[in-house]
Design a protein around this ligand. Structure first.
Ligand SMILES: [Zn+2]
Length: 226
């Protein structure tokens, strides 16, 4: 999974692969000595090692969660890292402090590197927040609907926002802005890697194809007129 996905376009297709091939897998034209229509671009890998991303919000896809216990039916698990990359996350047994298991996840930094005051207080703040009675399973039990890993991370993020005099995020905004776009990107990337691993290429119609087709049709019209 450490290979990076690249994309190039040829004969109206977008072709995703790990290496630009000698010839176009669609039309068979050799590329040696020829220029591609556009330079291949690399697709950013949405996954990072959460333990190497301090002061961040982490989202881990379920299938990657072999070391961690799961939140029942939830597909995803979320957490917050301290300044040393320890992943704090809320589960049925309370708040866990994981030193491993978040090596392949989506990480979103919550502070800018120049926010020294916040960074200096971060670990103490996260520890205090996590030790609150609210996350003690004897006091309040985990609930898939409204007292889960999301509630924990969202509430912490809102505390951090409040410290910066920023407005709190609603559960809906949190899902729509923090979670879904990144999950979609990660799911697409995972799909691309699987397709390329099995078939060497993943080929789709290029979005430009329609305008090219229109151009071709216009050319035909020109010809038929003459
Ligand atoms: Zn081609």
């Amino acid at each position: 999974m450490d290979k990076s996905v690249i994309k190039f376009s040829h004969c109206g297709k977008d072709i995703f692969c790990f290496f630009v091939p000698e010839e176009c897998p669609e039309c068979g034209m050799g590329f040696s000595g020829r220029r591609l229509e556009e330079a291949p671009i690399s697709i950013p890998n949405p996954f990072t090692n959460g333990h190497k991303t301090p002061c961040a919000f982490l989202i881990a896809p379920a299938e990657e969660n072999t070391l961690r216990e799961y939140d029942g039916g939830s597909d995803l698990h979320t957490g917050i890292t301290d300044t040393n990359g320890i992943a704090y996350n809320y589960t049925k047994s309370g708040v866990r402090r994981d030193c491993e298991g978040w090596e392949h996840c989506i990480s979103i930094r919550l502070v800018q590197p120049d926010m020294y005051n916040l960074i200096n207080q971060w670990d103490q703040y996260l520890e205090k927040f996590s030790s609150a009675q609210m996350w003690d399973p004897l006091w309040k039990s985990f609930n898939e609907e409204n007292h889960n890993c999301y509630s924990y991370t969202l509430m912490f993020i809102n505390c951090v926002l409040a410290m910066q005099s920023k407005r709190a995020l609603s559960k809906d905004e949190f899902t729509q802005t923090f979670i879904l776009p990144r999950i979609k990107r990660a799911a697409k990337y995972t799909m691309l890697c699987q397709e390329i691993t099995h078939n060497h290429f993943y080929i789709v119609d290029s979005p430009k194809r329609d305008s090219q087709k229109e151009q071709d049709d216009e050319d035909k019209d020109e010809k038929s007129k003459s």
